[in-house]
Design a protein around this ligand. Structure first.
Ligand SMILES: NC(=O)c1ccc[n+]([C@@H]2O[C@H](COP(=O)([O-])OP(=O)(O)OC[C@H]3O[C@@H](n4cnc5c(N)ncnc54)[C@H](OP(=O)(O)O)[C@@H]3O)[C@@H](O)[C@H]2O)c1
Length: 337
């Protein structure tokens, strides 16, 4: 099989395309023939900063494909199923930038007839978005149509991959969704994702604009740039509302006005998908599977997430594109596509 491998941390040029034997699934594992590998910022950050623990690493956490074989203890009827894969490369060398990968069976989810492009875009962004939308005190811990009816959500950075996922999931759950962007082009994408109100944070007064839509404040803020937006967020939270901080874009330290946040019993909740408690992740996986089956989430420009395709042997360019903050979703396709 063809696989993308790196043996030392560094620039995209450390990624090499090599020939390897197809792996055998171990006990409790499945062998997946990968059709599409999704690239996220975490993939290039790991590649750039972390020496592979096993001496080699296939990058990329997310992917979609077909189960080719199962290891001992795994239901054989899974063979032939179309699946999406989450956290394939978390503390394992078997990422998805390869024609085949092996993962523990709990890390594959049935995709049904949904496109592989969607499956390869779900794991990191949608699981993170689900956690952000459900971690607050005044929102339910599960998403389904109606779950967020009567609730207002503010998604900071609605044209990003996680921002897009948060908008789509919140809309599927029937929230009112307000989002911020930095340009008219990104505003179009955020509206296509389902945001009912889009604010250009470079040109408009975010607090004033959001207050017009949510005079009593918003229940949840899905926050990509807390260091930049903390003062705005603090002015926009509804009583017992939550700021769910999932990234340190724009700065890694945040100043929060304590007394102003005591008054509404506000919550600032930090989110990392890898270490999210299993009970919350399991709910997110179930809810996402339902959203996919119901046609509640999509990828592509029509859903506010333009797709950028690269073949396996151009994986380095795919990583560079994500590193350069390309707008949309970067996907690596294999010959199994
Ligand atoms: N905690 C976790 O588990 C987790 C999971 C997934 C991703 N992440 C992290 O989250 C970040 C985003 O990931 P992604 O895949 O969504 O990346 P992305 O597609 O590049 O999106 C990032 C978005 O943030 C927006 N943004 C930046 N500064 C902003 C600000 N001050 N106000 C509002 N929006 C702002 C950007 O647009 P403009 O600059 O044009 O505004 C861009 O649309 C990365 O750092 C990633 O590593 C963390």
């Amino acid at each position: 099989m063809k696989a993308v491998v790196y043996e030392r941390a560094g620039a995209p040029s450390v990624l090499q395309v090599v020939d390897r034997p197809v792996p055998e699934p171990g006990p409790g594992e499945v062998l997946v023939r990968v059709a599409v590998s999704g690239v996220n910022p975490t993939d290039w950050k790991s590649r750039q900063s972390t020496t592979p623990r096993d001496g080699w690493q296939i990058p990329n956490q997310d992917g979609a494909g077909v189960i080719e074989a199962v290891g001992t203890g795994v239901d054989e009827s899974l063979t032939g199923e179309r699946v999406w894969v989450w956290e394939a490369a978390w503390r394992r060398p078997w990422g998805t930038a390869s024609e085949y990968t092996v993962v523990p069976v709990r890390q594959v989810v049935l995709l049904g007839a949904a496109p592989f492009d969607l499956g390869a875009s779900l794991g990191i962004p949608f699981l993170t978005a689900h956690r952000c939308l459900t971690v607050g005190e005044t929102v339910p811990d599960q998403l389904h149509p109606g779950a967020l009816a009567e609730r207002t959500v503010l998604v900071q950075g609605g044209a990003g991959a996680v921002g897009n996922a948060a908008i789509q999931l919140a809309r599927w759950a029937e929230a009112t969704v307000v989002t911020t962007v930095s340009s008219p082009e990104k505003a179009q994408l955020a509206a296509a994702a389902g945001a009912s109100h889009v604010v250009n944070y470079r040109e408009q007064d975010v607090v004033a604009e959001v207050r017009k839509i949510a005079p009593d404040g918003v229940d949840v803020i899905v926050e990509v740039a807390a260091a930049r937006n903390a003062a705005v967020d603090a002015q926009l939270l509804a009583p017992s509302g939550t700021v769910a901080v999932y990234a340190d874009d724009g700065g890694d330290e945040v100043t929060i006005p304590i007394r102003a946040m005591m008054v509404p019993n506000a919550r600032w909740q930090f989110v990392l998908i890898y270490t999210t408690p299993w009970f919350a992740k399991a709910r997110a996986i179930d809810n996402l599977a339902a959203a996919v089956a119901q046609g509640g989430v999509h990828v592509g420009a029509d859903a506010g997430l333009p797709l950028h395709y690269y073949p396996l042997d151009r994986a380095a360019e795919a990583h560079q594109a994500v590193q350069d903050s390309v707008v949309g979703k970067v996907l690596i396709t294999t010959s199994a596509q």
